[in-house]
Write a protein that binds this ligand. Structure first.
Ligand code: SF4
Ligand code: SF4
Length: 508
Protein backbone atom coordinates (compact mmCIF):
# COMPACT_ATOMS: atom_id res chain seq x y z
CA UNK A 1 0.00 0.00 0.00
CA UNK A 2 1.32 3.38 -0.97
CA UNK A 3 1.69 5.84 1.85
CA UNK A 4 1.79 9.61 1.66
CA UNK A 5 4.88 11.39 2.95
CA UNK A 6 4.17 14.80 4.35
CA UNK A 7 7.17 17.08 4.06
CA UNK A 8 7.16 19.76 6.71
CA UNK A 9 7.85 23.26 5.36
CA UNK A 10 11.31 24.48 6.33
CA UNK A 11 11.32 26.45 9.56
CA UNK A 12 11.22 30.20 9.25
CA UNK A 13 13.91 32.08 11.16
CA UNK A 14 15.29 35.60 11.30
CA UNK A 15 18.25 36.11 8.99
CA UNK A 16 21.54 36.16 10.91
CA UNK A 17 22.16 39.56 9.29
CA UNK A 18 18.99 41.38 10.33
CA UNK A 19 19.68 44.65 12.14
CA UNK A 20 17.11 46.37 14.34
CA UNK A 21 17.32 50.14 14.82
CA UNK A 22 15.35 52.00 17.46
CA UNK A 23 14.37 55.42 16.11
CA UNK A 24 14.34 58.73 17.93
CA UNK A 25 10.89 59.52 16.48
CA UNK A 26 9.84 55.89 16.01
CA UNK A 27 6.36 56.35 17.41
CA UNK A 28 5.55 52.65 17.47
CA UNK A 29 7.90 51.72 14.61
CA UNK A 30 11.31 50.10 14.37
CA UNK A 31 13.65 50.34 11.38
CA UNK A 32 14.82 47.00 10.05
CA UNK A 33 18.04 46.98 8.03
CA UNK A 34 19.65 44.04 6.37
CA UNK A 35 23.37 43.34 6.47
CA UNK A 36 23.90 42.17 2.89
CA UNK A 37 20.75 42.84 0.85
CA UNK A 38 20.95 46.55 1.68
CA UNK A 39 17.23 46.67 2.53
CA UNK A 40 15.87 49.25 5.00
CA UNK A 41 12.22 49.02 6.12
CA UNK A 42 10.13 50.74 8.70
CA UNK A 43 7.93 48.20 10.50
CA UNK A 44 5.58 48.36 13.50
CA UNK A 45 7.20 47.28 16.78
CA UNK A 46 4.99 44.18 16.76
CA UNK A 47 6.47 43.04 13.42
CA UNK A 48 10.03 43.74 14.62
CA UNK A 49 9.28 41.80 17.80
CA UNK A 50 8.01 38.87 15.71
CA UNK A 51 11.17 38.86 13.54
CA UNK A 52 13.29 39.12 16.64
CA UNK A 53 11.45 36.22 18.25
CA UNK A 54 12.70 34.07 15.34
CA UNK A 55 16.32 35.12 15.89
CA UNK A 56 18.01 31.86 16.81
CA UNK A 57 21.04 33.54 18.35
CA UNK A 58 20.73 35.15 21.72
CA UNK A 59 21.46 38.85 21.42
CA UNK A 60 25.10 39.52 22.23
CA UNK A 61 26.70 42.95 22.11
CA UNK A 62 29.26 41.79 19.56
CA UNK A 63 26.59 40.62 17.16
CA UNK A 64 24.36 43.56 17.88
CA UNK A 65 21.80 44.13 20.56
CA UNK A 66 19.20 46.55 19.32
CA UNK A 67 17.47 47.55 22.48
CA UNK A 68 18.07 47.35 26.20
CA UNK A 69 14.51 46.11 26.62
CA UNK A 70 13.89 42.35 26.33
CA UNK A 71 10.92 41.22 24.22
CA UNK A 72 8.10 40.40 26.61
CA UNK A 73 4.61 39.10 26.09
CA UNK A 74 3.19 37.10 23.20
CA UNK A 75 4.25 37.84 19.64
CA UNK A 76 1.79 37.47 16.80
CA UNK A 77 2.79 36.55 13.24
CA UNK A 78 1.96 39.29 10.74
CA UNK A 79 -0.27 38.55 7.75
CA UNK A 80 0.97 36.51 4.79
CA UNK A 81 1.70 39.53 2.57
CA UNK A 82 3.93 41.05 5.25
CA UNK A 83 5.65 37.73 5.84
CA UNK A 84 6.37 37.49 2.11
CA UNK A 85 7.87 40.97 2.04
CA UNK A 86 10.00 40.24 5.10
CA UNK A 87 11.32 37.15 3.33
CA UNK A 88 11.92 38.85 0.02
CA UNK A 89 13.89 41.62 1.65
CA UNK A 90 16.05 39.19 3.55
CA UNK A 91 14.91 39.68 7.18
CA UNK A 92 13.29 36.24 7.36
CA UNK A 93 14.57 33.11 5.72
CA UNK A 94 14.05 29.38 5.60
CA UNK A 95 17.66 28.50 4.83
CA UNK A 96 19.79 27.27 7.68
CA UNK A 97 22.36 29.51 9.36
CA UNK A 98 25.15 27.49 7.70
CA UNK A 99 23.57 27.85 4.25
CA UNK A 100 23.11 31.56 4.79
CA UNK A 101 26.74 31.97 5.88
CA UNK A 102 27.86 30.17 2.73
CA UNK A 103 25.74 32.59 0.69
CA UNK A 104 27.18 35.53 2.66
CA UNK A 105 30.71 34.27 1.87
CA UNK A 106 29.85 34.35 -1.82
CA UNK A 107 28.45 37.90 -1.61
CA UNK A 108 31.63 39.01 0.18
CA UNK A 109 33.83 37.27 -2.37
CA UNK A 110 32.11 39.04 -5.28
CA UNK A 111 32.22 42.40 -3.51
CA UNK A 112 35.89 41.99 -2.65
CA UNK A 113 36.76 41.11 -6.24
CA UNK A 114 35.27 44.47 -7.27
CA UNK A 115 37.06 46.37 -4.49
CA UNK A 116 40.49 45.10 -5.53
CA UNK A 117 40.05 47.33 -8.61
CA UNK A 118 42.72 49.95 -9.19
CA UNK A 119 45.95 50.22 -7.22
CA UNK A 120 46.75 53.24 -5.06
CA UNK A 121 50.29 54.20 -4.08
CA UNK A 122 51.64 55.45 -0.77
CA UNK A 123 55.13 56.85 -1.33
CA UNK A 124 57.42 57.17 1.69
CA UNK A 125 60.39 59.39 0.70
CA UNK A 126 61.87 58.88 4.19
CA UNK A 127 61.11 57.43 7.63
CA UNK A 128 62.82 60.45 9.18
CA UNK A 129 60.90 63.23 10.86
CA UNK A 130 61.75 66.56 12.46
CA UNK A 131 59.19 66.12 15.25
CA UNK A 132 59.08 63.76 18.22
CA UNK A 133 55.40 63.26 19.00
CA UNK A 134 55.09 61.03 22.06
CA UNK A 135 52.39 58.83 20.53
CA UNK A 136 54.09 58.30 17.14
CA UNK A 137 53.91 54.64 16.08
CA UNK A 138 57.33 55.08 14.41
CA UNK A 139 58.99 56.69 17.44
CA UNK A 140 61.51 53.84 17.79
CA UNK A 141 62.90 54.60 14.33
CA UNK A 142 64.14 57.98 15.52
CA UNK A 143 64.90 57.24 19.18
CA UNK A 144 66.61 53.82 18.91
CA UNK A 145 70.02 53.93 17.21
CA UNK A 146 69.60 50.40 15.90
CA UNK A 147 67.02 51.77 13.43
CA UNK A 148 69.27 54.61 12.21
CA UNK A 149 69.75 52.84 8.88
CA UNK A 150 66.09 53.52 8.11
CA UNK A 151 66.46 57.29 8.15
CA UNK A 152 67.81 57.70 4.64
CA UNK A 153 65.94 59.47 1.85
CA UNK A 154 64.75 57.91 -1.40
CA UNK A 155 67.40 58.30 -4.11
CA UNK A 156 66.77 59.62 -7.65
CA UNK A 157 67.47 56.19 -9.12
CA UNK A 158 64.97 54.57 -6.74
CA UNK A 159 62.35 57.10 -7.86
CA UNK A 160 62.94 56.02 -11.45
CA UNK A 161 62.67 52.35 -10.46
CA UNK A 162 59.40 52.95 -8.64
CA UNK A 163 57.86 54.76 -11.61
CA UNK A 164 59.08 52.03 -13.97
CA UNK A 165 57.42 49.37 -11.79
CA UNK A 166 53.91 50.88 -11.87
CA UNK A 167 52.65 49.40 -15.17
CA UNK A 168 53.62 45.91 -13.98
CA UNK A 169 51.68 46.41 -10.73
CA UNK A 170 48.68 47.68 -12.66
CA UNK A 171 48.81 44.72 -15.00
CA UNK A 172 48.24 42.51 -11.97
CA UNK A 173 44.96 44.40 -11.50
CA UNK A 174 44.00 44.01 -15.15
CA UNK A 175 44.66 47.69 -15.93
CA UNK A 176 46.22 48.54 -19.28
CA UNK A 177 49.13 51.02 -19.42
CA UNK A 178 47.13 53.33 -21.67
CA UNK A 179 43.93 53.20 -19.60
CA UNK A 180 44.10 56.96 -19.03
CA UNK A 181 43.21 56.43 -15.35
CA UNK A 182 44.79 58.83 -12.88
CA UNK A 183 47.29 57.19 -10.56
CA UNK A 184 46.64 58.35 -7.00
CA UNK A 185 49.87 59.04 -5.04
CA UNK A 186 49.90 59.80 -1.33
CA UNK A 187 53.17 61.06 0.19
CA UNK A 188 53.61 59.67 3.70
CA UNK A 189 56.55 59.33 6.06
CA UNK A 190 58.05 59.94 8.65
CA UNK A 191 57.60 63.45 7.44
CA UNK A 192 57.45 63.39 3.64
CA UNK A 193 57.58 67.16 3.09
CA UNK A 194 60.79 68.04 4.93
CA UNK A 195 62.57 70.97 3.24
CA UNK A 196 65.53 68.77 2.40
CA UNK A 197 63.27 66.22 0.65
CA UNK A 198 61.95 68.77 -1.84
CA UNK A 199 64.19 67.59 -4.74
CA UNK A 200 62.88 64.04 -4.14
CA UNK A 201 59.23 65.11 -4.19
CA UNK A 202 59.75 67.34 -7.20
CA UNK A 203 61.48 64.60 -9.17
CA UNK A 204 58.85 62.07 -8.17
CA UNK A 205 56.02 64.33 -9.34
CA UNK A 206 57.79 65.09 -12.64
CA UNK A 207 58.50 61.44 -13.39
CA UNK A 208 55.01 60.35 -12.36
CA UNK A 209 53.37 62.94 -14.61
CA UNK A 210 55.60 61.96 -17.50
CA UNK A 211 54.42 58.36 -17.02
CA UNK A 212 50.70 59.18 -17.01
CA UNK A 213 47.86 61.17 -15.39
CA UNK A 214 48.55 61.49 -11.66
CA UNK A 215 47.05 63.03 -8.53
CA UNK A 216 49.00 63.90 -5.41
CA UNK A 217 48.14 64.19 -1.75
CA UNK A 218 50.23 64.17 1.43
CA UNK A 219 49.98 63.35 5.10
CA UNK A 220 52.33 65.98 6.52
CA UNK A 221 53.14 67.67 9.79
CA UNK A 222 53.32 70.90 7.71
CA UNK A 223 56.19 72.39 9.68
CA UNK A 224 58.23 72.96 6.50
CA UNK A 225 55.37 73.18 4.02
CA UNK A 226 56.36 76.72 3.02
CA UNK A 227 59.30 75.24 1.10
CA UNK A 228 56.75 73.48 -1.13
CA UNK A 229 54.51 76.50 -1.72
CA UNK A 230 54.71 76.40 -5.51
CA UNK A 231 53.92 72.65 -5.58
CA UNK A 232 50.68 73.05 -3.63
CA UNK A 233 47.25 73.47 -5.20
CA UNK A 234 44.69 71.74 -7.43
CA UNK A 235 47.28 70.86 -10.09
CA UNK A 236 49.99 69.86 -7.66
CA UNK A 237 49.77 68.40 -4.16
CA UNK A 238 46.05 68.97 -4.00
CA UNK A 239 45.07 67.45 -0.64
CA UNK A 240 46.93 67.73 2.65
CA UNK A 241 46.19 65.99 5.93
CA UNK A 242 47.75 68.09 8.68
CA UNK A 243 47.60 67.46 12.42
CA UNK A 244 46.85 70.00 15.14
CA UNK A 245 46.34 68.43 18.55
CA UNK A 246 44.67 71.39 20.24
CA UNK A 247 45.12 75.12 20.67
CA UNK A 248 48.73 76.34 20.83
CA UNK A 249 49.64 75.39 24.40
CA UNK A 250 48.05 71.92 24.15
CA UNK A 251 49.44 71.15 20.71
CA UNK A 252 52.90 72.37 21.71
CA UNK A 253 52.98 69.92 24.61
CA UNK A 254 52.50 66.97 22.21
CA UNK A 255 53.79 67.72 18.72
CA UNK A 256 57.26 68.83 19.62
CA UNK A 257 60.71 69.13 18.09
CA UNK A 258 63.58 67.07 19.51
CA UNK A 259 64.53 70.03 21.74
CA UNK A 260 61.02 70.08 23.20
CA UNK A 261 59.89 73.25 21.44
CA UNK A 262 56.43 73.47 19.88
CA UNK A 263 55.29 73.54 16.26
CA UNK A 264 51.86 75.19 16.37
CA UNK A 265 52.64 78.63 14.93
CA UNK A 266 54.57 77.31 11.93
CA UNK A 267 51.84 74.81 11.13
CA UNK A 268 49.05 77.38 11.41
CA UNK A 269 50.95 79.76 9.09
CA UNK A 270 51.47 76.93 6.59
CA UNK A 271 47.77 76.01 6.66
CA UNK A 272 47.05 79.64 5.71
CA UNK A 273 49.54 79.27 2.87
CA UNK A 274 48.13 75.96 1.61
CA UNK A 275 44.55 77.27 1.63
CA UNK A 276 45.67 80.41 -0.24
CA UNK A 277 47.28 78.14 -2.85
CA UNK A 278 43.96 76.32 -3.35
CA UNK A 279 44.99 73.04 -1.72
CA UNK A 280 42.37 71.13 0.27
CA UNK A 281 43.41 71.00 3.93
CA UNK A 282 41.96 68.33 6.21
CA UNK A 283 43.06 69.01 9.77
CA UNK A 284 43.26 65.92 11.95
CA UNK A 285 43.20 65.99 15.72
CA UNK A 286 44.61 62.97 17.52
CA UNK A 287 42.43 62.87 20.57
CA UNK A 288 42.68 61.04 23.89
CA UNK A 289 41.44 61.79 27.37
CA UNK A 290 44.38 64.12 28.04
CA UNK A 291 43.67 66.63 25.26
CA UNK A 292 39.96 66.26 24.43
CA UNK A 293 39.09 69.31 26.50
CA UNK A 294 41.17 71.46 24.14
CA UNK A 295 38.95 70.76 21.13
CA UNK A 296 36.52 73.60 21.77
CA UNK A 297 39.31 76.18 21.92
CA UNK A 298 40.78 74.70 18.75
CA UNK A 299 37.42 74.92 16.94
CA UNK A 300 37.16 78.54 18.07
CA UNK A 301 40.67 79.13 16.73
CA UNK A 302 39.60 77.74 13.30
CA UNK A 303 36.76 80.25 13.28
CA UNK A 304 38.88 83.19 14.37
CA UNK A 305 41.50 82.32 11.76
CA UNK A 306 38.88 82.33 9.01
CA UNK A 307 39.28 78.63 8.14
CA UNK A 308 35.83 77.42 9.16
CA UNK A 309 33.45 77.51 6.24
CA UNK A 310 36.17 77.75 3.58
CA UNK A 311 35.54 75.23 0.79
CA UNK A 312 39.04 73.86 1.01
CA UNK A 313 39.02 73.29 4.76
CA UNK A 314 37.75 70.43 6.87
CA UNK A 315 38.69 69.06 10.27
CA UNK A 316 38.10 65.83 12.11
CA UNK A 317 38.94 64.20 15.42
CA UNK A 318 40.36 60.68 15.54
CA UNK A 319 41.10 58.56 18.60
CA UNK A 320 44.75 57.92 19.51
CA UNK A 321 45.38 54.16 19.42
CA UNK A 322 47.90 52.51 21.71
CA UNK A 323 50.22 51.50 18.86
CA UNK A 324 53.22 52.91 20.72
CA UNK A 325 54.21 51.12 23.96
CA UNK A 326 54.51 54.41 25.84
CA UNK A 327 50.78 55.11 25.44
CA UNK A 328 48.65 54.35 28.48
CA UNK A 329 45.61 52.50 27.09
CA UNK A 330 43.47 53.96 29.85
CA UNK A 331 43.86 57.38 28.25
CA UNK A 332 42.47 56.19 24.90
CA UNK A 333 38.90 56.60 23.67
CA UNK A 334 37.19 54.01 21.53
CA UNK A 335 35.28 55.32 18.49
CA UNK A 336 31.95 55.46 20.30
CA UNK A 337 33.36 57.21 23.37
CA UNK A 338 34.98 59.86 21.22
CA UNK A 339 31.70 60.40 19.34
CA UNK A 340 29.87 60.86 22.63
CA UNK A 341 32.48 63.31 23.94
CA UNK A 342 32.23 65.34 20.73
CA UNK A 343 28.43 65.27 20.72
CA UNK A 344 28.41 66.72 24.23
CA UNK A 345 30.80 69.51 23.16
CA UNK A 346 28.76 70.24 20.02
CA UNK A 347 25.61 70.62 22.09
CA UNK A 348 27.29 73.38 24.12
CA UNK A 349 29.59 75.06 21.60
CA UNK A 350 28.43 75.90 18.05
CA UNK A 351 32.05 76.25 16.82
CA UNK A 352 32.46 72.49 17.35
CA UNK A 353 30.28 71.88 14.27
CA UNK A 354 33.52 72.40 12.30
CA UNK A 355 35.07 69.26 13.80
CA UNK A 356 33.81 65.98 12.38
CA UNK A 357 34.31 62.43 13.62
CA UNK A 358 34.85 59.30 11.54
CA UNK A 359 31.17 58.49 11.98
CA UNK A 360 30.09 61.74 10.34
CA UNK A 361 31.09 60.22 7.03
CA UNK A 362 28.99 57.15 7.92
CA UNK A 363 26.08 59.51 8.63
CA UNK A 364 26.66 61.41 5.38
CA UNK A 365 26.53 58.20 3.35
CA UNK A 366 23.47 56.99 5.23
CA UNK A 367 21.78 60.33 4.57
CA UNK A 368 22.46 59.83 0.87
CA UNK A 369 20.60 56.52 1.16
CA UNK A 370 17.68 57.79 3.24
CA UNK A 371 17.31 61.27 1.80
CA UNK A 372 18.55 60.95 -1.78
CA UNK A 373 17.67 57.31 -2.47
CA UNK A 374 21.28 56.20 -3.15
CA UNK A 375 21.88 52.46 -3.44
CA UNK A 376 23.33 51.32 -0.09
CA UNK A 377 25.24 48.38 -1.53
CA UNK A 378 27.90 50.37 -3.43
CA UNK A 379 27.50 53.41 -1.13
CA UNK A 380 27.84 51.70 2.24
CA UNK A 381 28.96 48.13 2.04
CA UNK A 382 32.44 46.71 1.87
CA UNK A 383 34.02 43.30 2.00
CA UNK A 384 37.18 44.46 3.75
CA UNK A 385 38.26 47.30 5.99
CA UNK A 386 40.79 49.34 4.00
CA UNK A 387 43.15 49.47 1.04
CA UNK A 388 45.65 47.15 2.74
CA UNK A 389 43.27 44.33 1.74
CA UNK A 390 42.64 45.51 -1.80
CA UNK A 391 44.97 47.61 -3.93
CA UNK A 392 47.22 49.75 -1.71
CA UNK A 393 50.99 49.58 -2.23
CA UNK A 394 53.18 51.36 0.33
CA UNK A 395 56.65 51.92 -1.09
CA UNK A 396 59.47 52.99 1.21
CA UNK A 397 62.82 54.74 0.46
CA UNK A 398 64.50 51.38 -0.17
CA UNK A 399 61.94 50.17 -2.70
CA UNK A 400 60.42 47.76 -0.21
CA UNK A 401 56.68 47.33 -0.71
CA UNK A 402 54.23 46.94 2.18
CA UNK A 403 50.47 46.51 2.33
CA UNK A 404 49.92 48.85 5.30
CA UNK A 405 51.86 51.88 6.49
CA UNK A 406 51.51 50.75 10.11
CA UNK A 407 53.64 47.76 9.20
CA UNK A 408 56.64 49.31 7.42
CA UNK A 409 60.39 49.48 8.04
CA UNK A 410 60.82 45.73 8.57
CA UNK A 411 61.82 43.77 5.50
CA UNK A 412 60.67 40.58 7.19
CA UNK A 413 57.07 41.64 6.68
CA UNK A 414 57.31 43.36 3.30
CA UNK A 415 54.96 42.03 0.64
CA UNK A 416 57.44 42.76 -2.12
CA UNK A 417 60.16 45.03 -3.46
CA UNK A 418 61.11 47.01 -6.54
CA UNK A 419 64.09 45.34 -8.20
CA UNK A 420 67.03 47.07 -9.84
CA UNK A 421 65.41 46.37 -13.19
CA UNK A 422 62.38 48.45 -12.19
CA UNK A 423 60.09 45.46 -11.76
CA UNK A 424 58.00 44.76 -8.69
CA UNK A 425 58.49 41.31 -7.17
CA UNK A 426 56.07 39.97 -4.60
CA UNK A 427 56.25 37.52 -1.72
CA UNK A 428 53.19 35.53 -2.73
CA UNK A 429 52.06 34.26 0.66
CA UNK A 430 52.49 37.62 2.43
CA UNK A 431 50.67 39.48 -0.32
CA UNK A 432 47.89 36.90 -0.24
CA UNK A 433 47.72 37.11 3.56
CA UNK A 434 46.99 40.85 3.49
CA UNK A 435 44.77 40.81 0.44
CA UNK A 436 42.63 37.92 1.66
CA UNK A 437 41.47 39.55 4.90
CA UNK A 438 37.74 40.16 4.46
CA UNK A 439 34.73 39.94 6.74
CA UNK A 440 34.51 36.29 5.71
CA UNK A 441 38.05 35.40 6.73
CA UNK A 442 37.43 35.15 10.47
CA UNK A 443 34.53 33.42 12.10
CA UNK A 444 33.50 36.29 14.35
CA UNK A 445 33.02 38.87 11.59
CA UNK A 446 31.52 36.23 9.35
CA UNK A 447 28.69 35.78 11.84
CA UNK A 448 28.29 39.50 12.51
CA UNK A 449 25.13 41.21 11.29
CA UNK A 450 27.05 44.48 10.76
CA UNK A 451 29.95 42.90 8.88
CA UNK A 452 29.48 44.46 5.44
CA UNK A 453 28.93 47.89 6.94
CA UNK A 454 31.98 47.59 9.21
CA UNK A 455 34.55 45.76 7.12
CA UNK A 456 36.02 43.91 10.12
CA UNK A 457 38.04 46.75 11.67
CA UNK A 458 41.73 47.61 11.41
CA UNK A 459 43.96 44.56 10.89
CA UNK A 460 46.84 45.98 12.93
CA UNK A 461 44.59 46.74 15.90
CA UNK A 462 42.98 43.29 15.55
CA UNK A 463 46.42 41.71 15.63
CA UNK A 464 47.21 43.66 18.76
CA UNK A 465 44.18 42.09 20.47
CA UNK A 466 44.14 38.56 18.99
CA UNK A 467 47.75 37.96 17.96
CA UNK A 468 46.56 37.58 14.35
CA UNK A 469 45.12 40.04 11.89
CA UNK A 470 42.43 37.44 11.12
CA UNK A 471 40.28 38.60 13.97
CA UNK A 472 37.73 41.31 14.66
CA UNK A 473 38.39 44.84 15.86
CA UNK A 474 34.87 46.10 16.58
CA UNK A 475 35.52 49.55 18.08
CA UNK A 476 31.85 49.57 19.17
CA UNK A 477 30.77 49.53 15.53
CA UNK A 478 27.33 48.00 16.07
CA UNK A 479 26.28 50.74 18.46
CA UNK A 480 27.84 53.47 16.31
CA UNK A 481 26.08 52.12 13.22
CA UNK A 482 22.64 52.00 14.83
CA UNK A 483 23.01 55.56 16.15
CA UNK A 484 24.16 56.77 12.72
CA UNK A 485 21.17 55.07 11.04
CA UNK A 486 18.84 56.60 13.60
CA UNK A 487 20.23 60.10 12.93
CA UNK A 488 20.21 59.67 9.16
CA UNK A 489 16.66 58.36 9.22
CA UNK A 490 15.56 61.65 10.78
CA UNK A 491 16.54 63.32 7.45
CA UNK A 492 14.64 60.78 5.28
CA UNK A 493 12.70 61.82 2.23
CA UNK A 494 9.25 60.25 2.47
CA UNK A 495 8.55 61.23 -1.14
CA UNK A 496 11.11 58.74 -2.41
CA UNK A 497 9.60 55.74 -4.17
CA UNK A 498 9.72 52.57 -2.08
CA UNK A 499 12.85 50.47 -2.31
CA UNK A 500 11.98 47.18 -3.96
CA UNK A 501 15.37 45.54 -3.55
CA UNK A 502 14.92 41.78 -3.44
CA UNK A 503 17.79 39.39 -3.12
CA UNK A 504 16.92 35.74 -3.47
CA UNK A 505 19.31 33.47 -1.65
CA UNK A 506 19.44 31.22 -4.66
CA UNK A 507 20.23 34.06 -7.05
CA UNK A 508 24.03 33.84 -6.82
S1 SF4 B 1 54.97 64.32 12.90
FE1 SF4 B 1 54.09 62.29 12.43
S2 SF4 B 1 55.85 61.01 11.86
FE2 SF4 B 1 56.67 62.86 12.91
S3 SF4 B 1 56.85 62.22 15.04
FE3 SF4 B 1 54.85 63.19 14.82
S4 SF4 B 1 53.40 61.48 14.42
FE4 SF4 B 1 55.50 60.71 14.05
S1 SF4 C 1 34.93 43.91 13.63
FE1 SF4 C 1 33.08 44.71 12.64
S2 SF4 C 1 32.40 43.01 11.34
FE2 SF4 C 1 33.82 42.13 12.82
S3 SF4 C 1 32.54 41.43 14.55
FE3 SF4 C 1 33.21 43.53 15.02
S4 SF4 C 1 31.55 44.86 14.31
FE4 SF4 C 1 31.31 42.87 13.31
Amino acid sequence: MLGTTVIAPPALRASSYTIYVDLADGDGYTLLAHGYTGAYDLVPHAVAAYVRSLDVRPPKPLYGTWTDEPVTGPVTPPNDATLDTLRQRGYLTTVTAEEERAFFDRVVELKHAREVGSPSYVIMPTYDCNLRCGYCFQDHMRSDASYAHLLRTMTPSMIDRVIAALPGIEERHGIATDSGKKRPFLFFGGEPLLARARPVIERFMERARAAGPSSFAAVTNATELDTYADLLGPDGIAVLQITLDGPRERHDARRIYADGSGSFDRIAANIDLALARGAFVDVRMNVDRTNADGLVALAQFFEARGWTGQNGFSAYAAPVHATNPSIDRKTCFNGHELNEALAAMRAEHPAMAAIATGDDSLRTRLRRVMRDGADPVPMMMKASFCGAHTGMYVIDPFGDVYACWERTGDRNVRIGWIGEDGRAEFVADRLENWRSRTVSSNDTCRKCRYAMYCGGGCAVLAEDVHGTMFGNYCDAFGRRFRLAVRDAYATRNDALPGDDRVLELRAL
